[in-house]
Design a protein. Structure first.
Length: 281
């Protein structure tokens, strides 16, 4: 079965994420290793790293990170591309120091340069970053997208093409997001559509490359290309999908984390965790 969890805050220090995860019964968790809305972040001290590694070893839960939203490895704008590559290098080096299993990354948007040009630029950018020794063996988990604007990765074949073009293929994995897939036109809401979606992923890049799942319901209907997450069972996807994915042996043991709204009372993830436990049985 999938290891359910949530994206949790690191306010007060990276190691504090484990307290928040434990409070809602997480079996896995996702964090930011720096501010997601800034290019630069405070340097990690040796004490920060030691405290995080100690807690991670104690709880034994898988932890993944999510890259900053500013990063766009497909940008035709030289200054943005340079900053994006440096930002990714920095975040991967943080992941390497913290011992994290992977960094989830949106491939980026081509901003009008075209699909093929964008995919080629992402691959070249990844090669340049992954060649930097300070990134260690930290892996990049390419996330499928909803397909808003010029965003790459809404079709599994686009992720597969990026992987095909990158030299360091052993450093790449995939993170599947349910809301994004649904918004991009993959009907994961029905049993038949769910199976067709996983078959499409297997055909494109292979399910063995999937290393994490984002469990998000969708505010908008199938094929809307709108990236708006909803709480589990309250959106257009419905509870059936979540029951199926949690029990799917092909995805067993993977971190499956919530990125759903927390609500005015900040209890959205706690309620969604309860729902997931009920659905898993």
């Amino acid at each position: 079965m999938g290891l359910i969890g949530a994206h949790v805050s690191t306010a007060g220090g990276l190691a504090s994420a484990f307290d928040r995860a434990e409070a809602i019964g997480c079996e896995s968790l996702q964090v930011f290793v720096k501010s997601p809305n800034q290019w630069r972040g405070k340097a990690l001290s040796d004490d920060d790293v030691a405290a995080f590694r100690e807690r991670q070893a104690a709880v034994g839960r898988p932890v993944i990170a999510h890259a900053a939203y500013l990063i766009n490895l497909a940008s035709p704008k030289e200054d943005i591309l340079k900053a994006s590559m440096e930002g990714l290098r920095d975040e991967l080096s943080r992941c390497a120091r913290l011992g994290l299993r992977g960094l989830v990354l949106h491939p980026g948007g081509h901003l009008g340069a075209g699909l093929d040009a964008g995919i080629e630029l992402v691959a070249r950018s990844l090669d340049a970053v992954l060649a930097q020794p300070e990134t260690g063996q930290a892996r990049v988990l390419l996330e499928n997208t909803a397909g808003q604007g010029t965003a790459l990765g809404s079709r599994f074949e686009e992720l597969a093409r990026i992987i095909e073009l990158v030299d360091a293929k052993d450093r790449l994995g995939v993170c599947l997001d349910s809301c994004h897939a649904f918004a991009a036109g993959y009907d994961v809401s029905s049993p038949e559509g769910y199976e067709a979606t996983l078959e499409a992923a297997e055909a494109a890049f292979g399910l063995a490359r999937v290393e994490a799942v984002h469990l998000n319901d969708s505010k908008h209907p199938l094929g809307s290309r709108k990236d708006r997450h909803e709480n589990i069972g309250l959106g257009q996807i419905g509870e059936g999908f979540f029951a199926r994915v949690l029990a799917d042996e092909r995805l067993a043991g993977l971190p499956m984390v919530l990125e759903t709204p927390t609500g005015d009372d900040d209890q959205g993830h706690a309620r969604d965790m309860e729902t997931l436990r009920r659905l898993r049985g």
